[in-house]
Design a binder for this molecule. Structure first.
Ligand SMILES: [Zn+2]
Ligand SMILES: [Zn+2]
Length: 416
């Protein structure tokens, strides 16, 4: 799905730039124009779904522009929203004159443009994969396409200026560098499913947390008798790492969760324990009306050959937790053959992940936590086998394998 397009027409370059930055953060493609007459030529090419138009253009220009825009077939569906940054009431009057869809009156900060766009067009929420690998980083010529970095996923929530990250495997290093290329100051929450190496090893290499003024909250759970903060700081003692945890420049806080329904930084997050050899949380994020479930390092463990099924009750709770999710990101580390010798290691086969996704009636499934020994070709084969299996069974469920650097975006509905 290509990004939705928005044009902004104004003569103030500073305001145009600020609004452009804000709208881009919402995942929109933006065209800024300074001249009403040029706009008439450029808009049919850009084909915006929404046009913000300065209401303080002389009325007649606004009216002519409005009429001409509406006479161009490609733009007849475009929503037109006059705005006024300085003159209260001007946008309301212009909206009436232009028969516009809405208006944005003074004072209108850049964030108001984003909120209005989301209200009229809807938007996108989703995830970006910075690390997709399980167990240990596996960079090689054979893992270029699906990626070699370990678990790290960024939540993409338009209008949310803080970082939202799930798991801090080696992918976190790449994420941190990319963010610092944008700006130095960052605040955010890093949700950690559990503290096995492949989920925390990126933390000491996460450059934003060496910078004073930044702040991050690690959201996770104690590891049985070991407090979370002790485990995190423990991987930075001198035997393992040259810089002590105490010397980090950013403010680091810890928030501990148990199973339940939580609100963290205005975000609703539900948690359920996974089936894994230590305490591991699965997260369900409620984002703009969409539900995204992150469930890695989770052994679904169907009944054994003798029909014994000690996981039945726990698995039923998982089905209820996953039920109807818009996106399920699930551990799919093994093939059936591999699982036979790795039962009890805390991971699922891709077939098990597929089956629970079908039973839970999720709308989209992503296989995650790829085995370090699985090459790109092998993962392609799994993808093809999965597609054939679904076709044979007549099931229409979009399934893909997580690829490092790629995003999965979900459309959100416009507000009523
Ligand atoms: Zn893992
Ligand atoms: Zn693990």
């Amino acid at each position: 799905m290509p990004p939705l397009r928005i044009a902004v027409i104004d003569n103030d370059p500073a305001l145009l730039q600020a609004v452009e930055v804000e709208l881009r953060s919402g995942g929109y493609q933006v065209l800024c124009l300074q001249e009403g007459t040029t706009a008439v030529e450029q808009l049919p090419v850009f084909k915006p779904q929404l046009i913000f138009l300065n209401a303080s253009f002389p009325k007649i220009v606004g009216k002519i522009l409005g009429e001409r825009l509406r006479s161009v077939a490609d733009l007849r569906q475009s929503k037109i929203v006059p705005f006024s940054a300085h003159v209260p009431g001007a946008a309301r009057h212009a909206a009436a004159a232009l028969d516009a869809d809405d208006f944005l009156d003074s004072p209108c900060a850049p964030a108001a443009f984003l909120a209005k766009a989301q209200a009229l067009l809807g938007g996108q929420v989703g995830v970006r994969f910075w690390g997709t690998r399980g167990s240990i980083a596996a960079p090689s010529a054979q893992t270029v396409r699906y990626g070699g970095n370990t678990s790290c996923v960024e939540i993409l929530l338009p209008g949310h200026d803080e970082l939202l990250v799930i798991d801090a495997g080696t992918g976190l290093r790449v994420l941190g560098n990319a963010k610092l290329a944008e700006r130095k100051e960052w605040h955010g929450h890093i949700f950690i499913s559990h503290t096995h190496w492949d989920h925390i090893q990126g933390l000491p290499f996460f450059t934003p947390w060496y910078l004073p003024g930044n702040s991050f909250t690690l959201v996770s759970t104690d590891q049985n008798e070991l407090p979370l903060e002790k485990v995190i700081a423990g991987q930075m003692i001198s035997a393992y790492f040259p810089v002590d945890f105490e010397r980090l420049g950013a403010d680091i806080a810890f928030k501990k969760l148990t199973e339940g329904d939580h609100t963290i930084n205005r975000l609703r997050v539900e948690t359920l324990l996974a089936n894994h050899p230590n305490v591991t949380l699965m997260f369900k994020f409620h984002l703009a009306g969409r539900r995204i479930v992150y469930a890695t390092d989770n052994e679904l463990q169907w009944p054994n050959e003798k029909g014994v099924d000690p996981m039945a009750a726990h698995r039923a709770r998982m089905v209820a937790f996953f039920r109807g999710a818009d996106l399920l990101i699930h551990d799919a580390q093994y093939t059936d053959d591999e699982y036979r010798s790795k039962r009890g290691w805390g991971h699922s086969t891709w077939r098990e992940a597929l089956d629970i996704a079908i039973r839970s009636e999720v709308k989209q499934l992503v296989f995650f936590h790829h085995d370090p020994d699985h090459s790109d070709e092998m993962l392609d084969r799994i993808s093809a086998e999965c597609g054939e299996d679904l076709e044979k069974r007549g099931i229409k469920l979009p399934v893909c394998l997580a690829k490092e650097g790629e995003k999965v975006l979900l459309e959100t509905s416009p507000h009523p």
